[in-house]
Design a protein around this ligand. Structure first.
Ligand code: NAP
Length: 225
């Protein structure tokens, strides 16, 4: 049986990853912040862990609880968009900057050395839920600047994790889920969450077509960094 850890599983993309991997018979370790979410995830069949990714002590506690586990897959998913009107003409305030970067980037950095030993025995996959908005090559305007900068940084963390740990057998990938109808994506987004997750699961399962060190969308297309 395979085991997946999903960081940020309370709603949206993380919740749907949980549903689909449970339905596939995987052991799912799912993190969330509230008791209500913990109960919902438990009732879905996941093993639950409390984690606010902005809290160093929560990250340390999770590392301690997972010590000795063997993971086939870890998905770093928790994220925030931050101010929608962030552009070069309207740069973020200190608090907005801290919240987005400390949610999207710092935990990604901190979790790599925690997750690598858990993934190594099964030559597992470490996946970062990034965004096409983090592609430097494709950047065409500064709308959502803070979010874009944070996801470009997540992509760099993914590349560095691949550089440092790829040779140990761990596959590290960055994923773009599409523009997905979740609280973050909003009701006008063009991809349903179950379709996005089915697509990303196919990418994650097809190692030869999607090797480590790559950035892939939910349809399996390679994206430029
Ligand atoms: N939806 C899209 O169109 C889209 C497109 C590209 C990339 N993405 C990426 O996909 C990921 C999931 O997005 P989503 O659409 O599912 O968004 P969402 O519905 O807003 O869900 C965000 C998730 O992140 C968690 N989270 C936020 N701050 C956290 C913190 N400090 N500690 C722990 N968990 C925290 C939330 O937990 P709580 O419920 O506790 O707040 C929730 O589980 C994000 O990384 C996002 O950037 C989404």
């Amino acid at each position: 049986m395979s085991t997946v850890l999903i960081l940020g599983a309370s709603r949206g993309i993380g919740l749907e990853f949980t549903r689909q991997y449970v339905a596939q018979g995987w052991t799912v370790f799912a993190t969330c912040r509230t008791e209500a979410d913990r109960i919902r995830l438990r009732d879905l069949g996941a093993q639950t862990f409390r984690l606010d990714v902005m809290r160093l002590e929560d990250l340390a506690g999770l590392a301690w609880q997972l010590d000795g586990e063997r993971l086939d897959l870890a998905i770093v998913n928790a994220g925030v968009f931050g101010p929608r009107d962030s552009t070069l003409a309207k740069s973020p305030g200190d608090e907005e900057f801290d919240q987005v970067m400390r949610t999207n980037v710092l935990p990604a950095m901190r979790m790599v050395p925690v997750l690598a030993p858990l993934l190594k025995p099964a030559a597992g996959t470490l996946a970062f839920v990034s965004s096409r908005m983090g592609s430097i090559t494709e950047a065409s305007g500064s709308y959502g600047m803070l979010y874009r900068v944070s996801k470009a940084a997540v992509n760099m963390v993914a590349k560095l994790a691949h550089a440092d740990y790829g040779a140990t057998g761990i596959r590290v990938v960055s994923l773009h889920p599409g523009w997905v109808r979740t609280d973050m994506g909003g009701p006008n987004a063009d991809v349903a969450v179950d379709e996005s997750i089915r697509g990303m699961r196919r990418v994650l399962a097809d190692v030869p077509a999607h090797p480590g060190g790559g950035f892939y969308d939910f349809r399996g297309q390679a994206l430029p960094w």
